[in-house]
Design a protein around this ligand. Structure first.
Ligand code: GZL
Length: 322
């Protein structure tokens, strides 16, 4: 009897795998009717990242038809690539990646393609060929940088002004494109870039690099551009420790508009913030479902951003969603 049951078990498994009900690769729903999605997040480096993760987990819920396998890579690309390989081996139905850096993705994206698992990028993007991913839901980082640079040019471009820059994660599309946009906007003005270094998008990184800038340039620094709020918030500690008043002695422009950044703006410690919307979950989930349904999707979906003054922050802070 045992032998026959074993035989029946083999036939059963064969039938299941042929009907694609085993959650195998190729976009079939898992046994429980849910779409299994592996999400490779960068890590938890900033307030923006926390809001983005919260948005993604809310959208990729069981109520919405998903089983989410989540990994945060501690801002290390090799860990993020390992997570994607693990998703491929698990035979998920789709993979979502918030790629830490633009380069280094061709091999693992090719492996996902060969396994028949579609990849959707969210937030940042990659330099790999577009045929290696189904779609990207993100933001116009170059425009964000340009908007910050236009504010700097309009307010400080006519007089010699010394600027320092806290760059985001080296090699990330957000840092690369924000730097390009900002530089374009201040070209031909009297703004002089004293120094520019990465703070890796973290508060601690921003504080440490700003401490170094202050030791080197002291009160010669008149303007700070931080690629995200968190590095700007870390810089506040360094500026105050140096006996200077942020927002007055050193004017500060940042990008993101997360709650703590908008609070610093309302308090007069930041002078201008360009928004970078982290609430991408619903759009990404809709793209995943469309791709798995075989629908044609746009290669890129860009979510719009705003920009805020100190007066805007006082008015908007009470009702901001993140
Ligand atoms: C931008 C995102 C950046 C944020 C940072 O879309 O990739 O990474 O600006 C975050 O706060 O760490």
């Amino acid at each position: 009897m045992k032998k026959i049951l074993g035989g029946l078990a083999v036939v059963g498994a064969l039938a299941l795998s042929l009907t694609g009900c085993t959650g195998t690769t190729g976009g079939d729903a898992a046994d429980d009717g849910l779409i299994t999605v592996g999400f490779a997040q960068t890590g938890s480096e900033s307030g923006w990242r926390s809001a983005n993760t919260e948005s993604m987990k809310a959208a990729f819920s069981e109520e919405n038809g998903f089983k989410l396998v989540f990994n945060a890579a501690d801002n290390k690309q090799e860990a993020q690539i390992a997570a994607v390989r693990s998703f491929i081996n698990q035979g998920v139905d789709a993979i979502v990646i918030a790629p830490i850096t633009v380069d280094g993705w061709d091999d693992v994206l090719t492996e996902a393609k060969d396994a028949g698992i579609p990849v959707i990028l969210e937030d940042r993007t990659v330099s790999a060929s577009e045929d290696l991913y189904a779609s990207w839901v993100g933001l116009d980082f170059q425009k964000e940088g340009h908007t910050a640079g236009e504010w700097a040019a309009e307010n400080f471009g006519s007089e010699p002004t010394n600027l320092v820059v806290l760059e985001g994660t080296t090699g990330s599309s957000a840092a690369l494109d924000r730097a390009t946009g900002f530089a374009d906007a201040i070209k031909g003005t009297s703004i002089n870039v004293l120094d520019s270094q990465t703070g890796d998008f973290t508060r601690d990184g921003g504080k440490k690099v700003m401490e170094g800038f202050l030791q080197k340039y002291g009160s010669d620094i008149q303007l700070l551009f931080a690629h995200n709020d968190d590095m700007g918030l870390g810089a506040l500690d360094a500026i105050k420790a140096a006996g200077l008043v942020p927002g007055q002695d050193i004017k500060i422009v940042t990008i993101d508009a997360v709650h703590d950044g908008m609070q610093a703006l309302a308090d007069g410690e930041f002078n201008y913030i360009v928004e970078c919307n982290p609430i991408l979950g619903e759009k990404v989930a809709a793209v995943v479902k469309a791709v798995l349904a075989g629908e044609t999707v746009d290669k890129a979906t860009i979510v719009p951003d705003g920009a805020f003054t100190q007066e805007d922050a006082v008015e908007l802070l009470p009702t901001r969603p993140y």
